[in-house]
Ligand binder design. Structure first.
Ligand code: AMP
Length: 199
């Protein structure tokens, strides 16, 4: 199963990715997580990305594309993957198409989380408060002001991807404002249909 989860920050992509990972035993490829790991490790990529991420802006396409291309070669991605937070721009979507074509693979579905952007700020504030209460590190970009920049980047760059995947017949939509369980059920039904379509 090869999937893309598409939606603004705070839409619930990471939460739902975890359930899909468990069902199909495939990895979640979160470029945000990979970049945060690079920042923590102080690698060249991390040094390039740190300030950009703290501002809530997008890391250059070439940097992110290279990370994903390398990650797709790790053995656990051979059976499939859930992309969470990638692609985020039209050039990234083109790069992904090329990466998959080179490997003779195709996407099974692109799931768009349809959300009420105004209510996402509350979710982000909640996520920061939960992390703080659990004694976990709070992401610097889970801050209401930075969040506005992140949402702006989604609207300016990432929203342009939906017509592309719709035209390819891959786009499926879920109501991202529903409960975690209800969104999970919608995704299960989409994935069941994708499996049937393949067999
Ligand atoms: P996320 O965890 O997906 O919210 O990503 C956190 C931050 O990492 C984003 O605000 C961007 O700065 C950066 N980032 C993650 N994925 C990408 C991507 N595909 N393209 C550009 N920047 C990204």
């Amino acid at each position: 199963m090869r999937l893309i989860l598409l939606g603004p920050p705070g839409a619930g992509k990471g939460t739902q990715a975890a359930a899909i990972v468990a069902r199909f035993a495939i990895p979640q490829l979160s470029t945000g997580e990979m970049l945060r790991a690079a920042v923590a490790a102080g690698t060249q990529v991390g040094r390039e990305a740190k300030a950009i991420m703290e501002r809530g802006e997008l890391v250059p396409d070439a940097v992110v594309n290279r990370i994903v291309d390398e990650r797709l070669d790790v053995a656990d991605a051979a059976r499939g993957f859930v992309l969470d937070g990638y692609p985020r721009t039209p050039p990234q979507a083109e790069a992904l198409d090329a990466m998959l074509a080179r490997r003779g693979k195709r996407l099974d579905a692109v799931i768009e989380f349809v959300v009420d952007a105004e209510r996402l700020v509350d979710r982000i504030v909640g996520r920061a408060a939960e992390a703080r209460a659990a004694g976990k590190p709070v992401r610097k970009d889970d801050d209401p002001e930075v969040f506005k920049t992140r949402l702006g980047a989604y609207r300016a760059d990432t929203a342009a991807l939906t017509p592309r995947y719709e035209a390819a017949g891959l786009l499926k939509r879920v109501d991202g404002m529903a409960s975690i369980e209800a969104v999970g059920r919608q995704i299960t039904s989409i994935l069941d249909s994708a499996l049937t379509a393949r067999s």
